[in-house]
Design a binder for this molecule. Structure first.
Ligand code: OOG
Ligand code: MG
Length: 264
């Protein structure tokens, strides 16, 4: 069954409301049954249109569920795509208001800043990397609008892949070829204690593969990865829940430096 345009708007509005009020809800699929991926991306697009209508601007895109750690925990073995807006940016050192979120979790990611447009289909990882202007590290704060982070792939795609906030490391590497993306190491700390390690290869063998997949996904939908966009390639490790007045930090090799998020 495909979902009509009116229903797409209604479902997007429900998710937008849950995000704005900070109140979790049950999965959409509990009410309307399985959601086809195409329909889920239509709901996601409508959801971001609602944010844009309120003054937000798309600043990039992200992939989710690109590492085995994430896929196993969330029970979905397939990468997904979503939008990033300027309202999601955590400025350097700015504490995050925990009360503005539902049940935030933080995950370390490798991030690309695009120099050139990238338009699928047919984009390979090498071709994708040739369009990248800089690499940096980041932490994504995810915050599913569904209670207990319980969802089907259709639900989580519709919910803009749980996107909430993100912070970028201050170190950006312009000589992109110099970063050994697959072997770059990362350690994740919660309250100063190391809780996970991973290498760049955790993301689909290399984050370059993630970027190529994103370009091909957008290409199928008549869109392109735009110059200047921020691309979050997906959590390398499992996400860690963050409480009020807590701190999560990540340290990366390959000259990517470190990044942290703290809450109040
Ligand atoms: C979905 C979002 C996943 C990632 O990096 O894997 C994601 C979720 O886990 O709620 O952003
Ligand atoms: Mg993520």
């Amino acid at each position: 069954m495909t979902i009509g345009d009116g229903d797409v708007t209604e479902l997007a509005t429900l998710l937008h409301h849950a995000e704005r009020t900070g109140v979790a809800r049950g999965p959409l699929s509990d009410e309307i049954g399985p959601i086809a991926l195409d329909d889920a991306y239509r709901i996601q697009d409508e959801l971001v249109d609602l944010r844009v209508a309120e003054g937000e601007r798309i600043v990039g895109a992200k992939l989710g569920l690109t590492s085995r750690a994430k896929q196993v925990t969330m029970g979905i073995a397939q990468p997904i795509y979503a939008w990033l807006t300027d309202a999601m940016v955590i400025e350097a050192e700015e504490p995050l208001d925990h009360a503005s979120l539902i049940h935030p979790r933080v995950e370390p990611e490798i991030v690309f800043i695009m120099r050139d447009e990238l338009r699928g289909p047919g984009i390979t990882p090498a071709r994708a990397m040739a369009a990248v202007g800089a690499v940096c590290c980041g932490l994504e704060v995810i915050d599913s609008r569904f209670a207990d982070f319980k969802f089907t792939i259709g639900d989580v795609v519709a919910d803009n892949a749980s996107s909430a906030r993100f912070a970028l490391g201050a170190q950006t590497i312009l000589d992109v070829d110099r970063v050994p993306l697959a072997t770059v190491g990362c350690s994740l700390r919660h309250q100063g204690r190391v809780i996970a390690h991973a290498a760049g290869a955790a993301v689909l063998g290399s984050p370059a593969e993630a970027l190529a997949m994103l370009a091909n996904h957008l290409g199928r939908r008549g869109r392109a990865v735009e110059p200047g966009w921020i691309i979050m390639t997906g959590g390398l490790t499992d996400a860690v829940p963050i409480g009020p007045n807590e701190r999560v930090s990540a340290r990366f090799g390959g000259g990517l430096g470190r990044v942290f998020v703290r809450t109040r």
